[in-house]
Ligand binder design. Structure first.
Ligand SMILES: Nc1nc2c(c(=O)[nH]1)N[C@H]1C(S)=C(S)[C@@H](COP(=O)(O)OP(=O)(O)OC[C@H]3O[C@@H](n4cnc5c(=O)[nH]c(N)nc54)[C@H](O)[C@@H]3O)O[C@H]1N2
Ligand SMILES: Nc1nc2c(c(=O)[nH]1)N[C@H]1C(S)=C(S)[C@@H](COP(=O)(O)OP(=O)(O)OC[C@H]3O[C@@H](n4cnc5c(=O)[nH]c(N)nc54)[C@H](O)[C@@H]3O)O[C@H]1N2
Ligand code: SF4
Ligand SMILES: [Mo]
Length: 700
């Protein structure tokens, strides 16, 4: 029997709509869901690698309970009953002693987290976290402070843009399929692309202007750009007059930060900065300044990201084709939205363990700040945290300094990982609960915002091959066993879907044909008159009274980054189009495409130290050292070295990835507690490593 299932890819967190062909219970083909015009049949390499992942045996195939020390790799396979009993016995003890607030959970965030949020609420804990402190937190908080809307407050209409400005946003390698296609259409249409990165990436090769910036000086460049644009009135005066507060104060602050000043800090020539400003002035409003995604790297990234938000406002690009478009939701289509699973569950009155929204009012309480929760585990303050559920999340590599993390995690009484792979964190856990892969499971419905808002459904293509379960079942069963299911009891996914759809005119069957349902026939167009901002004044606030009340200036005077000590380099990292963080390095096919990482080092810097291309080098930060192959290139700033994230796996069961390359996060010593106080993101790029030829040089 042959069938096609429209579902949602799960090979990375982008979650593209796809079509999966199944024959006699086996997956035979995967491609993009062409009912979604922006997607077409396209799929990225990681999505294509779903097959080998599904049939791979190097992943947890049944629940496991640790038998040796944490991280020793000694396990026994157990039944779900035994795993649940082990977990609930421990949890009941913890709840009796410390209350349910002693339990925390972190996950990847995204459209499916409503389920985990409802679970946490049902068991009575305020401590839900997502991964954002090591991803989009700075950009999100920056956008919140300027327009009150946040990082996802606008969509980018790349396809129709005349000028796209990307600060370290490597859009063709760190990709979302639809976005990369939209970007490439703009490139084909002749759009200007200005790309800023200390390293030449695939995206740099698509750009009309590439600036090899000195690492960590983006804020200086942005101050120089904004100074010139404001002083020469190269902005949309009408839009700014109508929507912006604080322009005058900003202009005064910017006075010393001329393009000539910026040249000295960044090494980008002042004339080029001025030419760029003239160009964006000609191209506006079809100009997009991407505000950054993983823009969580340096001490002043929050302020750099704020400046990018401000530049968008100066371009008057909001609700303009080729600019920033408000994502339209069900309400905009005159329809009702999905009902939240958390809506029926009574609220929790305990404060969060990470202090977000209470002590740290500048951080959103919803996603929390995971690195601050680690401090709570470590110190027992504001109260003891004793159990930690890690769902679709690998903090031991997503957060810096794994050795420090392990020291802290060892203070827990219970660490449970829900994963489809063995990852560094599940390997360190007490119990691994294997979730069925996305091809074997149904998920809760999700809302798609955009010109045609709607809902979409991930559903299973085949029955689980191994002894795994879908997330919805794991959490509802755990809640039941804890006796906490009064408002969180579902026996089937259909029951969940019906609950979510109860206020809408949509039924489960409506998803059959395309995998998604749109709530309007015609796209909802731009309406610049209908702009609404989430700030107190309802305007775009260059001066943010809210930020200032919380003790942070609206504009931070520039402080140059610390130069690497002699013999040291700033450690940069990133990703490639056919890898997903650390979760794809053992994939049978992707590991063949990309078997290890190398250390990019500037040719001239390397030659001075007697390092040859392809030779092994030893890198060190404090007592953490490692050996890696050097890749000599002119395409990186001489102050920096670079490696792909996600390698250096130390899990022996992952035979294809074990021991290959090095782990960047291991060299980020002390960075678990070093973060941007205004934005919250860990300062991942504020680490230095020494580099020298390896003593026993092994030629590959
Ligand atoms: N294939 C693939 N795609 C992905 C992902 C994946 O794992 N794999 N992950 C997704 C996720 S979660 C995210 S957050 C995004 C991340 O996407 P991006 O935000 O584009 O982040 P990175 O891929 O880390 O690339 C960041 C770039 O910043 C550069 N950089 C370092 N220092 C500086 C600096 O001082 N200034 C400037 N201007 N640039 C600097 C680095 O050299 C690197 O090329 O990608 C998403 N897409
Ligand atoms: N040093 C350094 N640190 C970084 C980064 C970096 O480049 N360098 N990147 C940062 C960024 S941008 C991000 S977003 C974070 C990413 O950090 P994470 O969110 O932790 O990374 P992922 O690899 O997306 O997913 C983590 C885990 O989810 C599991 N998983 C995948 N699919 C499923 C599923 O369907 N169900 C379940 N239950 N589990 C699943 C994977 O096996 C993996 O173990 O890391 C951040 N930290
Ligand atoms: S970007 Fe690739 S791996 Fe990620 S969801 Fe889309 S197709 Fe899947
Ligand atoms: Mo991310």
């Amino acid at each position: 029997m042959k069938k096609s299932v429209y579902t949602i890819c799960g090979m990375c967190a982008v979650r593209c709509p796809i079509k999966v062909d199944v024959e006699d219970g086996k997956v035979t083909w995967i491609e993009g869901n062409s009912h979604d015009a922006a997607m077409g049949t396209s799929l990225c390499a990681k999505g294509g690698a779903s097959f080998p992942f599904l049939y791979d045996k190097e992943r947890p195939l049944s629940p496991m309970i640790r038998t040796g020390e944490r991280g020793s790799g000694q396990w026994r396979n157990v039944s779900w009953e035994e795993a649940y009993s082990y977990i609930t016995d421990k949890l009941k003890g913890i709840i009796d002693k410390h209350g349910a607030k002693a339990i925390m959970l972190s996950d990847r965030g995204g459209p499916y987290n409503d389920l985990r949020k409802a679970f946490m609420k049902a068991i009575g804990s305020p401590n839900y976290h997502n991964h954002d402190c090591s991803c989009g937190a700075n950009a999100n908080h920056a956008a919140k402070s300027v327009d009150g809307l946040g990082r996802k407050g606008f969509n980018y209409d790349f396809k129709n843009a005349k000028h796209i400005v990307l600060f370290g946003r490597n859009i063709t390698e760190s990709l979302k399929v639809k976005e990369a296609k939209s970007f490439m259409s703009a490139v084909k249409n002749g759009a200007h692309v200005t790309y800023v990165d200390p390293r030449v990436t695939n995206t740099a090769a698509r750009a009309t202007r590439y600036w090899r910036i000195k690492p960590g000086t983006d804020y200086a460049l942005l101050l120089g750009i904004t100074n010139y644009i404001v002083n020469n009135k190269l902005y949309d005066e009408e839009f700014v007059g109508k929507w912006v507060t604080g322009l005058q104060e900003m202009q005064e602050f910017l006075a010393p930060y001329t393009p000539e000043w910026a040249e000295k800090e960044t090494s980008i020539p002042a004339d080029e900065i001025k030419a760029f400003c003239q160009e964006v002035n000609n191209d506006r409003p079809k100009v997009i300044f991407h505000i950054g995604w993983l823009y969580a790297r340096y001490r002043d990234t929050f302020y750099a990201s704020r400046m990018l938000c401000i530049l968008n406002a100066l371009m008057g690009n909001m609700e303009q084709p080729g600019g920033l478009i408000l994502p339209k939701g069900p309400k905009d289509a005159g329809a009702k939205g999905l009902k939240s699973l958390a809506a029926n569950v009574p609220g929790v009155s305990d404060p969060r363990c990470d202090g977000c929204g209470v002590v740290h009012k500048q951080y959103e309480a919803g996603p929390g700040m995971l690195h601050l929760a680690y401090q709570a585990i470590d110190t027992g303050s504001p109260y003891p945290v004793k159990a930690y559920f890690v769902h679709r999340h690998n903090p031991l590599i997503a957060l810096p300094d794994p050795e420090e993390q392990k020291r802290i995690l060892n203070k827990l009484d219970l660490l449970v990982a829900v994963d489809v792979n063995y990852c560094e964190t599940s390997w360190f856990a007490d119990v691994i609960l294997p979730e069925s892969t996305y091809l074997e499971r149904d998920s809760i419905l999700n809302t798609d915002k955009g010109p045609k808002p709607g809902f979409s459904m991930r559903r299973k293509c085949i029955e689980p091959i191994n002894d795994t379960k879908p997330g919805w079942q794991i959490y509802t069963e755990l809640a039941a066993r804890l006796g906490k299911d009064a408002n969180f009891s579902y026996k089937s996914i259909e029951e969940i879907w019906k609950y979510q759809l109860q206020d809408t005119d949509v039924s489960i069957e409506d998803f059959e044909a395309k995998g998604f349902v749109k709530l309007c026939d015609q796209p909802i167009g731009c309406n610049p008159e209908g702009l609404k901002f989430g700030t107190e004044s309802g305007k775009i606030e260059f001066i943010s009274p809210k930020l200032e009340k919380m003790g942070f200036p609206s504009f931070k005077p520039y402080e140059a980054p610390i130069d690497p000590p002699s013999g040291s380099f700033r450690l940069l990292f990133g990703r490639k189009g056919y890898q997903t963080h650390g979760q794809s390095t053992n994939n049978p096919v992707l590991s063949e495409l990309l078997g290890t990482n190398k250390l990019w080092i500037n040719t001239a810097s390397a030659k001075k130290m007697g390092i040859k291309d392809g030779s092994m080098v030893t890198i060190a930060n404090g007592d953490t050292t490692g050996t890696i192959e050097a890749k000599l290139t002119d395409f990186i700033h001489p102050e920096a070295v670079f490696m792909l994230h996600g390698f250096g796996k130390n899990i022996p069961l992952l035979t294809r990835a074990y021991g290959k390359g090095l782990a960047d996060q291991a060299f980020m010593k002390g960075k678990l507690t070093d973060y941007d106080k205004a934005g919250g993101g860990n300062n991942l790029c504020e680490s230095f490593v020494t580099v020298k030829p390896a003593v026993e040089e092994k030629k590959r």
